[in-house]
Design a protein around this ligand. Sequence first.
Ligand SMILES: Cc1cc2nc3c(=O)[nH]c(=O)nc-3n(C[C@H](O)[C@H](O)[C@H](O)COP(=O)(O)O)c2cc1C
Length: 167
Amino acid sequence: METRETIFGRRSIRKYKNQTLEAEKLALILKAAMSAPTARNMQGWRFITVQTQEGKQKIMNAHPYSMMLQTAPCAVIVCADTQESTPFFQQDCAAAIQNMLLAAKDLGLGSVWLGVYPNKERADGIAKEFSLPENIVPVGIVVLGYGDEEKGKEDRFDPAKVHAESW
Ligand SMILES: Cc1cc2nc3c(=O)[nH]c(=O)nc-3n(C[C@H](O)[C@H](O)[C@H](O)COP(=O)(O)O)c2cc1C
C-alpha cells in the first residue's frame, strides 16, 4: 500500500468481523510499535496482547467505549514502565500507538485507539483487571481486526492552524 494511502486513508474502525487476526500480522504491528521514537531512546513501553474472550471482557469491564471487542479479535494494551521511562512516557506510548494504527492500515486491517491514561477510572480499572504492578501505567489500547465498515478519507488540512515563523 502506498504511504499516502496508509496515512491519509487511516480511520477509526469500530465494527469488526468475527475473524481471527493472523499471528504474523500481530507480530509486525508490535514490531512497528517498537520502531517508534522514545525520549532518550528509553523504550519504556510494554504491551499486553489480549485475544481471549475472557481478556476482552476484562477490557470491556474497565473501558466504557470498548464494546467493539465483542467481535474484534484482538486488543493490545500499551503501557509505560514509569521506572524505565522519562516523564515523556505518554508521548512515547502515543508514538508507538500511531505506528500500530498505520501498520494495521498497511496490512489491510481496521484499528481504533482507545484512550486510557490519564482518565483515572479507566486506568485504575485496567490496572485492576490485568493485575498491573504500580510502575506500569496503561496509556492506551489498540483494537485490531478485520473491519466490517467502510470509512472514506477525511481531509483535515487547515492552513489557518499553521503559523509561519512566529504566532
Ligand atoms: C488519545 C485518544 C483517545 C481516544 N479514545 C477513544 C475511545 O476511547 N474510544 C473510541 O472509540 N475512539 C477513541 N479515539 C479515536 C478518536 O475518536 C478518533 O481518532 C477521531 O474521532 C478521529 O477519527 P479517525 O480516527 O477516524 O480519523 C481516541 C483517539 C485518541 C488520539
